[in-house]
Ligand binder design. Structure first.
Ligand code: HAM
Length: 474
């Protein structure tokens, strides 16, 4: 029996762009023709093309290095989970659960969801694997695709990628501070200028008292609110603070602020977090309206926003997170404090492109292998492997036949040496080494060529071959 959920029912109707491409086929027309309409991507989904991978790898590599430096262990989690995991954690009244989840029944009729975020999954995994019995804090990081049926626009996709960090088991403010510093460090290493927007939403108890006050305030102005904010006022009043509506924004000036409702312990926690991050000169801004779009937070909440060159105007958050001390308990685990954040990779890659920050160049290959004929190709395949094992990057153009075209490719790559192998050399068991700078050529024993090239490269100033993946110009 297919299971229907509220979220599935409320999913917006597909727009005309989203409908499957159809093509009218005349009666008797070959049914193959139906297939010929070019396939289209779903709206909000995108390919990450080879030419974009440089910046993507730059982000992934930077994140991995920072994660290792701060002793976070990697965790990989399923993309598909039981949908109730997200209903119970992110919260029923949130936009993500109400409108954006990809929920469907799997073939056995179970309600499942493509994960809209990964914190709930990490928390599930922490409980499932008894990580509470490990030395605390348990510090985990992850990367991967997330899915939200959001309205696509610049920097907002339906499949997007996050890298995330979660720390379980310690409720000290230093944990929140260190996570914020770690996040800022990633942006610094990438060359992006960010500031941290920060707030505290206290414990559920102080939030409860604050919400009563907030609702009373906005009820007086209910008639001025837009439909969305009227709905928020009823279902999830804290989200009113996040409204983009101009009238609500004006009303917010006179609204009660959550910081005034924090109990002593929450205040102390927050002050310490601020002191710590101030100490290490993290640029931050207190934002009393920052509440975040997920229900599981308590105490510190924060977002990383870009400081644009044009005088500090911020745009979409590049990442966000906070403390979520109640989440493990809400999922049935033993009460465990936790804190974390996630960054949106698409938004970071876009910011890098806008700031014209190029990823570090892939090291140039030092040697090019040029061949003439199939016998030479066969030897070439073996030689290529020998060079790779010796840690010398070799480029080739096995797909090209003419020597002239291959030498042109070698020139374009700016290699130091080209190895030339023709039929005669294959028969003689030799190979020609051509110095691309001087044009000098020498014939050497094919069995010794790796060794000879190694020596030549060592003697060339500033050339220190490292192991890396070979480049192909085929
Ligand atoms: P979030 O604020 O929903 O938090 O998402 C984190 C980041 O993911 C956002 O700041 C944004 O950069 C990116 N992002 C979100 N939605 C989209 C989208 N539709 N398209 C492109 N990028 C997007 C969380 O997901 C929490 N799990 C963070 C966290 C971890 N809290 C504690 N631990």
């Amino acid at each position: 029996m297919p299971v229907k959920t509220t979220a599935a029912k409320k999913a917006p109707k597909p727009s005309s762009e989203e409908k499957a491409p159809t093509k009218k086929v005349q009666k008797g027309e070959d049914s193959d023709k139906k297939v010929k309409a070019s396939p289209e991507l779903l709206r909000g989904f995108r390919d990450i093309l080879p030419e974009e991978q440089g910046r993507w790898n730059f982000v992934r590599d930077t994140v991995r290095l920072v994660a290792e430096a701060y002793s976070f262990d990697r965790i990989d989690l399923p993309i598909l989970e039981r949908s109730d995991l997200f209903l119970r954690t992110i919260g029923k009244g949130t936009d993500i659960v109400e409108k954006e989840m990809y929920v469907f029944s799997d073939p056995s009729g179970r309600a499942v969801a493509l994960r809209p975020e990964a914190t709930a999954s990490v928390a599930r995994s922490y409980i499932n694997h008894g990580m509470i019995d490990r030395p605390q804090p348990v510090k985990l990081w992850y990367e991967g695709p997330m899915f939200r049926h959001d309205r696509p626009q610049a920097g907002r996709y339906r499949q997007f990628h996050q890298v995330g960090f979660e720390s379980f088991g310690v409720d000290e403010p230093i944990v929140d501070a260190q996570l914020i510093v770690l996040g800022v460090q990633i942006f610094r290493d990438l060359g992006l200028n960010v500031k941290v927007q920060i707030n505290s939403i206290g414990t559920p108890e102080c939030r409860h008292a604050y919400l009563a006050e907030l609702v009373a305030y906005f009820r007086q102005h209910r008639s001025k609110l837009c439909e969305d904010d009227k709905r928020r006022l009823q279902k999830n009043p804290l989200r009113i603070l996040d409204s983009k509506d101009e009238i609500t924004l004006e009303l917010l000036d006179g609204a009660p602020q959550i910081l005034d409702w924090l109990d002593e312990k929450s205040k102390e926690h927050f002050m310490k977090v601020l002191e710590f991050i101030e100490e290490v000169e993290v640029p931050f801004e207190l934002n009393p309206y920052l509440v975040r779009g997920l229900d599981y937070y308590s105490h510190t909440v924060f977002e990383f926003v870009l400081i644009e060159d044009d005088g500090g105007k911020s745009q979409n958050a590049l990442g966000g997170g906070g403390r979520y001390d109640g989440l493990i308990g809400a999922l049935g685990g033993r009460e465990t404090p936790a804190c974390g954040f996630a960054l949106g990779v698409e938004r970071i890659v876009r910011a890098l492109a806008q700031a014209e920050i190029d990823p570090p160049q892939r090291p140039q290959p030092y040697v090019f292998f040029a061949q003439l004929g199939d016998a030479a190709r066969r030897v070439g395949l073996r030689l290529f492997e020998e060079f790779r094992q010796a840690g010398i990057p070799v480029a080739e153009a096995f797909g090209k036949n003419a020597l002239k075209a291959q030498l042109e490719a070698a020139n374009k790559l700016g290699v130091e040496l080209t190895l030339i192998l023709g039929q005669k050399e294959v028969l003689d068991g030799t190979v020609i080494i051509r110095d691309m700078e001087s044009g000098a050529q020498e014939i050497v024993d094919v069995k010794k060529v790796v060794q000879i090239v190694q020596k030549k490269l060592k003697s060339k100033e500033g050339v220190a071959p490292t192991t890396q993946s070979p480049v192909s110009d085929t």
